[in-house]
Design a protein around this ligand. Sequence first.
Ligand SMILES: Cc1cc2nc3c(=O)[nH]c(=O)nc-3n(C[C@H](O)[C@H](O)[C@H](O)COP(=O)(O)OP(=O)(O)OC[C@H]3O[C@@H](n4cnc5c(N)ncnc54)[C@H](O)[C@@H]3O)c2cc1C
Length: 308
Amino acid sequence: MLNEKYEIIANELKATFPNSTVLTEEPMKGHTTFRIGGPADIYIDLDFDDITPVIDYLKKTDIPFTVIGNGSNLLVSDDGVEGVVLALGKKAGKIEIADTKVVAQAGALLSTVANVAAEAGLTGLEFASGIPGTLGGAVYMNAGAYGGEIKDVIEAVTVYTPDFKKKILTADDLQLSYRHSLLMEEEGYVTEVVLRLQKGDKAEIKARIEEIKNQRVEKQPLNFPSAGSTFKRPTGYFAGKLIDDAGLRGYSVGDAQVSEKHCGFVINKGNATAHDVLQLMQDVDEKVYEKFGVHLTPEVRIIGRNIH
Ligand SMILES: Cc1cc2nc3c(=O)[nH]c(=O)nc-3n(C[C@H](O)[C@H](O)[C@H](O)COP(=O)(O)OP(=O)(O)OC[C@H]3O[C@@H](n4cnc5c(N)ncnc54)[C@H](O)[C@@H]3O)c2cc1C
């Protein structure tokens, strides 16, 4: 049962921000690619124009809130998320092309941005076409694949800091490195991103996107829910290979399983809980450490009640 304070706040938010969708006790398993997660007390699919006034409002209420994108790198607690989950998705996903630049709101999906860029004959974002996240999530994570990283194509990122300063930051300012950004240490919300691409051959760009898609279908367990690579790549190793060499291909806890197809992925075979996934991650880390003396650190972001 939602407490009275949250009930009142949800009603106020609904009345004040009709362009955003405000839901209460919303199961997060419907908003994560892992298909795992208990209810968010309040879940808001934010309209772009509501981002700053909603955050401003929440700051005054003292209610905790978490900004997410497409939930493709999240493991959410079975006990759900305290306070408000602010999702930047379709309602904050406008994309514009200006010569060789792409100006997009944080909720735009990477696949859509890559396709719009391809259609405009702009090259440089093909590497990201198969990453199932938003631009905001990609900046936060410095998402990368196939030899590219989002930091390579960032011209400028609009970030709101918790004290409500709007800042325009570069990739250097954001200290983007392998699956790391300054936003992991200093709170800030990405609202818009300008990407700098190059003119290219439309047919070649589309062919490269298709090639990457086929490679993903061939190598990754895309027919099961997951959050992509569970662990980061330890320096000098590949997490998937270490896990495989430790004999853990197919290792399961409940419905959570080290993918048989790609040991770097943990998949949800049906009704896996966050608890199952965490137990599995701990077991895998312990066994890999026992065998190779290397610790694995999570790439997935773990959020929610009673999970830290
Ligand atoms: C099948 C599959 C394949 C994948 N392949 C890759 C891959 O090749 N390379 C790769 O790097 N990743 C990959 N991922 C992981 C994931 O898609 C990326 O990390 C992606 O960038 C996450 O974006 P998101 O919008 O889903 O963010 P979410 O998962 O919603 O959030 C991730 C983190 O970013 C923060 N965040 C999200 N939006 C914002 C914002 N606007 N402002 C501030 N913080 C924000 C959240 O608080 C959270 O901490 C894969 C995932 C899956 C399921």
